[in-house]
Design a protein around this ligand. Sequence first.
Ligand code: ADP
Ligand code: MG
Length: 269
Amino acid sequence: HPLTGLQTPEIADRYQRIFKRPLALKIEGLHKSFEHKGVSHKVLNNIDFTAYKREFICVVGPSGCGKSTLARLVAGLETQEQGHILVDEKPVTEPGPDRGMVFQSYSLFPWMTVKQNVMFGMTQNGMSKNAAESEAFQWIDLVGLTKFVDAYPHQLSGGMKQRVAIIRALATQPKILLMDEPFAALDPQNRLKMQQYLLEIWQNIDITIFFITHDLDEAIFLADRILVLEANPGRVHEVINVPLARPRPKDVQDSEAFKATKTYIEALV
Ligand code: ADP
Ligand code: MG
């Protein structure tokens, strides 16, 4: 593979270890069609993909290739037509607490404070109010929003709202976090900050991330592996091992390995 030469022995060794971990997500022979004006339109065609525990997966591909549909299927928000989806070896049949979701639109409850938003899922899952509150404080502190525990979403910037959306999703301790273009609405500076926040969180907790983006720089910066889809119908084009060390070196975007990876994927999509 043209990118193999960019892998140092350390990076190659890291992937060897990743591939020995237990499976976090297994997608097998997945098909999905939508009916439109009585005509069936194939959106996903025979998707096979496996993610290992604690992997950071990014999904890229042209607009309309079925990225959101794929995430919604894993979330259990769409009915499966054919194939299998396993999360932590259990078949997905409906939404469940083992999968958290973060969307581009923050979808926080506007009538709830930051603290109440973060506590909501925890108390829904049966945690006591006191325990949920004390955990919510820790999550809020982790993303530097302690001053805003009692603020309402409309009082927060876009980046702050997205930080709340992320910890709200993580607070229920999902096995996998599904993120559909979560930072697309942020300006470049805030987007970079959020990417760094997310990597920091991911490095500190036991979570697999399935992150959709149309920003190749973002995908290469974040991902262990990038799932490249192609359109009409959506299918797996290639899965790429990103030849960059963890944690990401400073100014990694300027490295030869980063640029070569980007050039390679640009030629695919
Ligand atoms: P992406 O996120 O990659 O841009 P989507 O998964 O949103 O792609 O959409 C893939 C295709 O499926 C598009 O052609 C879209 O119009 C179609 N589609 C998505 N959701 C629905 C739906 N609920 N009903 C009908 N068509 C849909
Ligand atoms: Mg989409």
